[in-house]
Design a protein around this ligand. Structure first.
Ligand SMILES: [Zn+2]
Length: 185
């Protein structure tokens, strides 16, 4: 008997921003997330990123993200990619939880929209900094995601700081806890 082999990389990807299906050519084929950013939208976010922001974050030692007022990531550094992304390359313009691989970002309400997101310290402190301009330091945050097919919890300490109209999110430290096997993921 011949079994048809399931493709491991989705042929089509949903654009996180315009929700259009597009052909990502497999490069955003992260099996943990259906979302990418289509070329048209990525151009918008590249424009927001400007010339110097990428250089700036790449010179920072700690894993760092820069988000816009919609909490979409418009820059991240290599240190972040190494610490948080099993699958790369990653586009800019994803919602924070989508880039972080948060399981709540896969719910229909998407990143920031579910009741679980009300408790999200990353979301809360980024919004606080956005609204008040104030630095938030050593905020305890939790992130549940899949790593190597296992459900894990990341315990983080993050800081959020204003960067012009944007917010810089720095992961000051983190460690990983394996969650027990369960079906409810
Ligand atoms: Zn798009």
């Amino acid at each position: 008997m011949i079994f048809k082999q399931e493709p491991t990389v989705p042929a089509k990807t949903l654009c996180s921003n315009c929700m259009r299906e597009f052909q990502a050519g497999g490069i955003f084929g992260d099996p943990n997330s259906p979302f990418g950013v289509c070329p048209e939208c990525e151009e918008i976010f590249e424009h927001q990123q400007g010339q110097d922001l990428k250089k700036y974050v790449d010179n920072l030692m700690l894993p760092t993200l820069v988000v816009n007022s919609d909490l979409r990531v418009i820059a991240f550094n290599g240190s972040f990619l190494k610490a948080f992304c099993e699958w790369s390359p990653k586009p800019i313009g994803l919602l924070t939880g989508e880039l972080l691989g948060c399981l709540n970002a896969l719910l229909a309400e998407r990143c920031g929209g579910s009741t679980a997101c009300l408790d999200c310290a990353i979301h809360r402190s980024a919004l606080e900094t956005l609204n008040t301009g104030k630095l938030q330091k050593n905020i305890r945050a939790q992130l549940t995601r899949l790593e190597g097919g296992r459900k894990v919890r990341r315990e983080l300490l993050v800081s959020t700081d204003k960067l012009g109209d944007l917010v810089k999110i720095t992961v000051d430290s983190f460690y990983t806890v394996l969650e027990p096997f369960s079906d409810d993921i």
